[in-house]
Write a protein that binds this ligand. Structure first.
Ligand code: HEC
Length: 212
């Protein structure tokens, strides 16, 4: 038995090396080198012209509460809001009921648009990605801009008031009694309104991206 130890050890290392190449190096090479897919880090995502109109609108609609939570609209406050929004999305297990991936089956295209592509996940807010598997609620990959902020405020406070019969839980504790968002309320709406904006920006500014 002793003499097999070395063989197993070497086989283990070999499998690890293979997995490393197949699951990390290989995808990275094909995305970055061959398809010119750029990775959007925080600096890129929070550039002034990429801040969503909805984030500006939140600041205008609730000037005092917004200033108390995030100060002024800018790359730093946007980053803080998106990061907190994503953390809440993960922490509250929104991903348990919502996917962020349009599949190529079951006529999903008719509901959510084109099937998702790799480029949509090449950014810091999708590391790791939140594809999800269950779909109790609709796919949210491109939720940004689909509905106004006010709709989301009403919906997060009590989903049933907006969509009768909804099984989505209420997140009223992220809002004051009069409906004004607290820091968490601003953050989750900012994140939801960001979803899909990376794709939209790339589609509308092809000159900035060197994709074939
Ligand atoms: C128990 C499952 C469940 C959980 C958990 C859940 N949702 Fe939902 N969600 C739903 C269902 C079902 C709908 C569709 C009915 C409705 O509009 O409320 C929905 C709808 C939505 C919509 C509207 C989509 C559209 O445009 O029609 C958004 C945005 C949303 N959810 C975000 C979230 C976020 C963010 C969280 C976590 C904080 C969350 N949901 C947690 C089930 C869930």
């Amino acid at each position: 038995m002793e003499r097999f130890h070395t063989v197993f050890f070497a086989a283990g290392l070999g499998c690890f090396a293979l997995a490393f190449i197949l699951c990390l190096i290989f995808p990275w090479m094909s995305l970055k080198k061959y398809h010119g897919m750029d990775y959007a880090g925080w600096d890129e995502i929070t550039r002034a012209e990429r801040i969503t109109p909805e984030f500006h609108q939140l600041a205008e609609r609730y000037p005092e509460a917004f200033a108390q939570s995030f100060g002024e609209v800018g790359p730093e406050s946007y980053r803080e809001a998106l990061q907190l929004g994503r953390d809440l999305y993960v922490g509250q297990a929104c991903w348990h009921c919502h996917s962020q991936f349009v599949r190529v089956v079951s006529n999903e295209e008719q509901r959510f648009g084109k099937p998702s592509n790799a480029q949509e996940y090449q950014n810091v807010l999708n590391q790791p990605h939140l594809w999800g598997t269950r779909r109790v609620g609709p796919d949210l990959t491109r939720e940004g801009g689909k509905r106004p902020n006010d709709w989301h405020v009403a919906h997060f406070i009590q989903p049933k008031n907006v969509t009768p019969g909804s099984v989505m839980p209420s997140y009223h504790y992220w809002f004051e009694a009069d409906g004004t968002p607290k820091k968490e309320g601003f953050a989750i709406i900012s994140y939801i309104q960001w979803l899909g904006s990376d794709r939209v920006y790339r589609d509308t500014h092809p000159e900035e991206f060197d994709v074939d």
